[in-house]
Ligand binder design. Structure first.
Ligand code: URP
Ligand code: ZN
Length: 455
């Protein structure tokens, strides 16, 4: 399949220039103005007046995540379709083994679950316990193309690890040249607050943020940075939400430590006033960490601008109202998480670029290029250059939309961005050299590939 894109403005993380793009067999093969192609072309696309971005990379999604309230509402097929429609062509999900299961067996099982993904994908693998085999299992995963490992400082009763074990994971991964990603929340403090709130009957969703004050994130970030320094291991802090956390991350970066950080659209755009309201309206915002304050949002935007926060993930993990209702009388039983994979790009364009909080190059950097660089996919992904995968968005910067549960493609009857006005859509999405979205409609069911990543 040969595709020629003509007359567009290509925007990368560092440049913007007018260029045609010629694509053959899934790769970008020529990139320059006024290309004259002599061989037969299957599809010529006129991108005049449009912006051309690299396909988005969402470094943090949870498709088909098992929880006590059932699986998260999007499986890989539905979630990846929603992702493509929103301009995200690559997903990084997670492998979370059962206790006693080896990391590599869990990776094999998870690959099978992701087999119906339409996006290309890889995983961060989570050691949920430390035993005599863990070191070898991490090495086996690296040989299978996994370069990032996720540990949870919260959820101590299930998948969380104690600090001593986190340190061991960091030492092994650091030595092997990989990266450890961390869910930073002080699990023990949070468990204590949840218990105390339960004892005095404070169990409606508005007590969810009370049980997870911002210091529980910031102090966990500080501890994670200290452990990573000791272990000489690069780390990536997922879903940073609190201003205080940003300070520790910035300080570590200034000292030369390899500390990367991600935030999510919900922490940039929504605040804790959302927890006031009836169960249906407030429970959909129950996620961890919780939504914070306006001042935290300002600090996160500023951190993006300074390059302290490098990437935007969504932590996409939708649950239906019926699932959320497991916690109707007790917020501690509400499954944590919300959807967002479909809206990440347009939200960042609308509320970032068009509100002058970030420029076009930063938009590309945080939605695509940095994730590729940090997680061993660059320049195959995250770039528009000769030799890169032809994952390309032809972006109409003027199209206006309103996000709603009525028109989203996520398999969920709840929408945390309900009524948000957006400007800018991926009118055409090309994934691995094939047009998969045209006029905002999915027109392909080609499966994505598991991406082997490099250290
Ligand atoms: O609330 C959240 N973030 N749910 C998804 C699972 C996790 O903790 O990342
Ligand atoms: Zn997550």
């Amino acid at each position: 399949m040969n595709i020629l894109i003509k007359n567009g403005t290509v925007v990368t993380s560092t440049q913007a220039f007018n260029s045609d793009i010629y694509i053959t067999d899934g790769k970008i093969v020529q990139l320059s103005e006024s290309l004259n192609i002599l061989e037969p072309i299957d599809n010529t696309i006129n991108a005049s007046g449009k912006l051309i971005f690299p396909g988005g990379i969402d470094p943090h999604v949870h498709m088909h995540l098992p929880t006590p309230a059932g699986y998260s509402a999007d499986d890989f097929e539905i979630g990846s379709k929603a992702a493509l429609l929103g301009g995200t062509t690559t997903l990084l999900d997670f492998v979370t083994p059962q206790k006693g299961q080896s990391l590599i067996d869990a990776l094999i099982d998870r690959k099978a679950e992701a087999d119906n993904s339409l996006c290309d994908y890889s995983f961060h693998v989570s050691p949920v316990e430390w035993n005599k085999n863990t070191e070898q299992e991490i090495t086996d995963c690296i040989e299978s193309g996994i370069t990032s490992f996720k540990v949870y400082m919260a959820y101590k009763d299930s998948i969380g690890l104690k600090d001593d074990d986190i340190l061991k994971v960091m030492q092994i991964v650091g030595k092997a040249g990989g990266i450890v990603t961390l869910h930073c929340e002080l699990g023990d403090d949070i468990d204590k607050f949840r218990e105390e709130l339960g004892q005095i009957g404070k169990l409606s969703p508005k007590f969810h943020p009370v049980s997870r004050p911002d210091y529980t994130e910031a102090d966990a970030v500080k501890n994670a940075i200290e452990m990573a320094k000791k272990a000489n291991c690069p780390i990536y802090i997922v879903h940073t939400s609190a201003a205080e956390s940003v300070k520790y991350i910035e300080e570590a970066q200034k000292s030369g430590q390899q500390v990367y950080s991600e935030t999510c659209p919900q922490y940039l755009l929504l605040n804790d006033s959302k927890y006031i309201g009836d169960f249906k309206d407030s429970s959909k915002f129950v996620m961890s960490p919780p939504l914070r304050k306006k001042e935290d949002q300002n600090s996160l935007w500023s951190a993006i601008n300074k390059g302290v926060i490098k990437t935007i993930g969504t932590d996409h993990c939708p649950f239906t109202l019926e699932q959320k209702e497991q916690g109707l009388n007790d917020f501690r039983k509400i499954p944590n998480g919300a959807g967002g994979v479909e809206h990440r790009m347009t939200l960042l364009f609308s509320y970032g670029v068009l509100q002058n909080r970030i420029n076009y190059n930063q938009f590309v950097d945080i939605t695509s290029t940095q994730a590729a660089k940090i997680f061993g996919l660059y320049p195959q992904k995250g770039e528009i250059a000769v030799g890169s995968d032809a994952d390309i968005l032809i972006w109409n910067p003027k199209t206006e939309s309103t996000i709603s549960v009525e028109n989203h493609h996520q398999n969920c009857d709840l929408e945390i961005y309900e009524d948000a006005k957006t400007v800018g859509v991926p009118e055409i999405v090309i994934s691995n050299g094939e047009v998969v979205v045209e006029d905002g409609k999915l027109i392909s069911d080609t499966k994505g590939r598991f991406l082997k990543r490099n250290i």
